[in-house]
Design a protein around this ligand. Structure first.
Ligand SMILES: NC(=O)c1ccc[n+]([C@@H]2O[C@H](COP(=O)([O-])OP(=O)(O)OC[C@H]3O[C@@H](n4cnc5c(N)ncnc54)[C@H](O)[C@@H]3O)[C@@H](O)[C@H]2O)c1
Length: 363
């Protein structure tokens, strides 16, 4: 079989450290099934690149990336480079240029992961957030008038197109239907009297095509409270770019912390490459010390396997992460352990091989 071509943008800080472990896991999958091969091409882009070249990526970076099957991103950000530059000139350009309009963020409390809620069963935290990823509050539209003057005015516009709103909501209905789960829409129509009234209307309209999907609709403030008080209400969730950004961090806190949170930026039509990344940043405070938790990056590698159609291996990777947490002996300091990034990666690979061996013995 032809290998999958993966563009690796390891980025800054702990990015390269955690991505390395994800790559090792994908290579282990290739040893488990030699028909599944990956070819990795590394791009040195990010903030360090910016400090040398005055840009986050090559001028023709998007053209270079367009030839790949997917993009595997570590993290970008470094003290001295304004965050809006690192975000807009790399991450958001990739998401927008490749029409990665679906952001998928699993909020699943796996065995062994710590949940800060005391009276919640593990099975009650199992959500799949589908966040609009191409427009909404992060459209970048706006203006800055009379800068520095007394009458200074800043406009930051949200953009909700019919096409953009319908397609994300339809994707969410399709997912809920396929998984036999409920679908919850999160909006804020009482205060945002154009954008979110429209969002709710489209949610209802598209819902007519999916009578079998049971739905709920919450205001974002109520949803934030309910995610804590009654997380089992949420199964598949669809929401806008900004609300999704915030609520999925809340979700990460519920499901084991930022060291476990992964995200996929998907172009469902597969016209362009999709991008997989841990959601944490470059963590300059611990970079280069071998303390970074690689599990989020490894989880995002499992999302990549799912996307390529190898759900069985995606699942195996999650099982290996779960077994590692249950063992509780090889963990990075953020999870209360003393192991290094590479020791955790190595243990995940060992567990992966043993899971694969036991499955092939049982088959
Ligand atoms: N997707 C991205 O590339 C992305 C996302 C968020 C932030 N950033 C950038 O990263 C830089 C730092 O941002 P921040 O400090 O707000 O967020 P951060 O996620 O980098 O770090 C927040 C805290 O979590 C810890 N942490 C994060 N990931 C960890 C991991 N894998 N293992 C152990 N601990 C981990 C850090 O040590 C830090 O204490 C900024 O420049 C920011 O713009 C990038």
């Amino acid at each position: 079989m032809k290998p999958y071509n993966i563009a690796v943008i390891a980025g800054d800080g702990i990015g390269p450290e955690v991505i390395n472990e994800g790559i090792n896991v994908l290579n282990t999958i290739s040893t488990i099934n030699p028909d599944v091969q990956f070819d990795f091409t590394h791009f040195p882009w990010g903030c360090e690149f910016y400090s040398r070249h005055g840009k986050m990526m090559d001028e023709d970076g998007i053209e270079q990336l367009s030839a790949f099957d997917s993009i595997y991103l570590g993290a970008v950000g470094f003290p001295g480079v304004p965050d809006h530059i690192s975000l807009w000139d790399l991450l958001l350009i990739i998401r927008k240029s490749f029409d990665q309009y679906v952001n998928i963020r699993p909020v699943t409390l796996i065995k062994g992961a710590h949940c800060p809620l005391s009276d919640v069963q593990r099975e009650e935290v199992d959500m799949l957030f589908i966040r609009e990823n191409s427009e909404g509050e992060y459209s970048g539209a706006g203006d800055w008038l009379f800068k520095g003057k007394e009458n200074e005015v800043v406009l930051q516009n949200s953009v909700f197109s019919r096409k953009g709103t319908e397609r994300i909501i339809r994707y969410a209905y399709e997912t809920a239907k396929k998984q036999g789960k409920t679908l919850t829409s999160i909006s804020k129509a009482n205060a945002l009297n154009y954008s979110m009234v429209f969002w709710d209307q489209v949610f209802e309209e598209v819902g007519k095509e999916y009578p079998e999907v049971q739905t709920a609709s919450y205001l974002v403030d109520a949803a934030a409270m309910l995610m804590i008080k009654d997380p089992k209400r949420f199964e598949v969730v669809v929401t806008s770019n900004l609300f999704g950004d915030i609520l999925t961090d809340l979700g990460a806190a519920l499901a084991g912390g930022i060291g476990l949170a992964a995200g996929a930026n998907i172009n469902p039509e597969r016209e362009y490459p999709s991008m997989f990344e841990p959601i944490h940043g470059s963590a300059p405070d611990i970079a280069g010390q071998g303390k970074a938790n690689p599990l989020a990056s490894i989880w995002s590698a499992s999302q990549m396997l799912d996307f390529f159609g190898y759900e069985q291996y995606g699942k195996m990777v999650l099982e290996a992460i779960e077994q590692l947490l249950v063992e509780g002996t090889v963990l990075t300091p953020d999870m209360g352990g003393t192991a290094t990034t590479s020791e955790v990666g190595k243990r995940v690979n060992e567990l992966l091989v043993s899971i694969a061996t036991s499955k092939s013995v049982n088959n």
